[in-house]
Design a protein around this ligand. Structure first.
Ligand code: BJ8
Length: 422
């Protein structure tokens, strides 16, 4: 493994504490991923990235910064990557998915707050995540209250731009989001010193659409009764896609999809015939949060789809590529992004429609609706999700969890019983 200590020191990281994280991650990766049998060969790319997750990509980003490019850190799939890419900027996801960062977050945030927010703030304040150190600008958004308040803390010593996400999806809200995207483009132009032209934006839209199509291809393979990839591996691919270069991401996902399609033709499955197929829905699973997938897939079932922002919401729906003026392109972007069904919108019935559609498409036996503790939005929506599924006689299990392992055994018992009765 390459030595990144000098790079981390230069980034002003807390090396001693970061060492503690570096010590636990390989064990977690080994336990969750390397214990699986018959994995697709193309997973070698993501295995390599996750093995040096705080090394390989951060080093690349720093090299690009030396050439004058700016890195934008984002926290939500509503922030349009296309605008940043059009200005020759780079996007990296920043959401924290480890309990390791939570205590540092709790120093400045209420304990009864969602772990994703606490971990994100803790990763920054504890100086234990290189991505938070590298990003030249953070881009927040007005989704949930916890994030809105966290951005006030995060924005204290890093340039921060907040996008005002509408809370409803009427035509006037779509127009409002278009204006917000246009404003964001101006901020990005000023910050990078590069103009967002219609040509550049068209190119960026194409790049992001190609990435989406490639990810969709992988997910399409998961619809097959002959399941060529585990949920854990697919989740890892999705999680890393938030950090990777979009062109390489598309190449790697297409490479994986080629292998999976061949596996389906050859009848190669990662699970025995008759294994129960689970769709997971709910709050995002930021890297390295593999807890739920790991429990489900070591309880005799397989995860075949994630109706989540770290799942289908990230890549479903393409941006219309026909726009010729910036105004048309911003509107096309707005229309695509506003199709994302997040519980911060009211109403959010599109999410339920999506879940029902995906239950059919992915030949699902049961749904697990899991939200992070203290996420009032997704927790409240569980009732409507459960009602809609029960009406269609689709078994559903509603759960709430955090990043700790304290409830792992209890979850295992509940999930085991759920899988048993499917
Ligand atoms: S579009 S899901 S990425 S906001 S889990 S921090 S909502 S308290 S993450 Fe999200 Fe964008 Fe929506 Fe997707 Fe708040 Fe809930 Fe925590 Fe959440």
């Amino acid at each position: 493994m390459a030595d990144y200590v000098k790079m981390w020191e230069d980034l002003g990281m807390d090396i001693n504490n970061h060492d503690n994280l570096c010590q636990v991650l390989p064990t977690a990766v080994g336990d969750v991923f390397m214990t699986q049998e018959n994995r697709p060969k193309a997973m070698d790319f993501w295995d390599m990235v996750i093995a040096e997750v705080h090394g390989i990509r951060p080093a690349e980003l720093i090299e690009e910064q030396k050439k004058g490019r700016k890195v934008f850190g984002t926290f939500c799939v509503y922030v349009p990557d296309e605008v940043v890419i059009a200005a020759n900027g780079i996007v990296t996801g920043l959401c924290g998915g480890s309990q390791f960062w939570v205590p540092d977050g709790e120093k400045v945030l209420p304990k009864n707050m969602c772990p994703l927010v606490k971990a994100s703030v803790g990763a920054r304040l504890g100086r234990t995540c290189p991505f938070f150190r590298i990003a030249d600008m953070y881009v927040g958004e007005t989704t949930c209250d916890g994030k809105k308040k966290a951005y006030e803390i995060l924005g204290k010593d890093v340039p921060m731009h907040i996008m005002d996400v509408p809370q409803m999806k009427r035509e006037k809200d779509i127009v409002k989001w278009k204006d917000e995207i246009a404003d964001f483009a101006k901020v990005v132009e000023d910050f990078t010193g590069n103009k967002v032209t219609p040509e550049k934006l068209a190119e960026a839209i194409k790049i992001c659409n190609e990435k989406r199509k490639a990810m969709q291809r992988v997910y399409d393979c998961r619809k097959s009764k002959c399941l060529p990839i585990s949920g854990r591996d697919a989740l890892l691919m999705t999680q890393i896609s938030f950090f990777d270069d979009p062109v390489r991401c598309a190449q790697m996902c297409n490479r994986l999809a080629n292998e999976l399609e061949q596996r389906i033709k050859d009848g190669v499955s990662v699970v025995p015939e008759g294994t129960k197929r689970i769709l997971i829905t709910g709050t995002p699973l930021a890297v390295p949060n593999w807890k739920l997938h790991n429990i489900i897939e070591t309880s005799g079932a397989a995860v075949v789809c994630e109706e989540m922002c770290t799942g289908t919401r990230y890549f479903e729906n393409l941006v219309d590529e026909s726009g010729e003026t910036l105004d048309e392109q911003f509107m096309n972007l707005s229309r695509r992004y506003m199709k994302t069904n997040c519980a911060c919108f009211t109403p959010n019935t599109g999410r339920i429609d999506d879940i029902l559609r995906m239950v059919d498409e992915y030949q699902v036996d049961g749904v697990i609706d899991c939200s992070l503790m203290f996420c009032c939005l997704y927790d409240t929506e569980k009732r409507a999700v459960a009602e809609a599924l029960k009406e269609k006689n689709i078994p559903v299990l509603s759960l709430e969890t955090d990043y700790t392992d304290t409830d792992a055994e209890q979850l295992r018992t509940r999930i085991g019983a759920f899988v048993e009765m499917l």
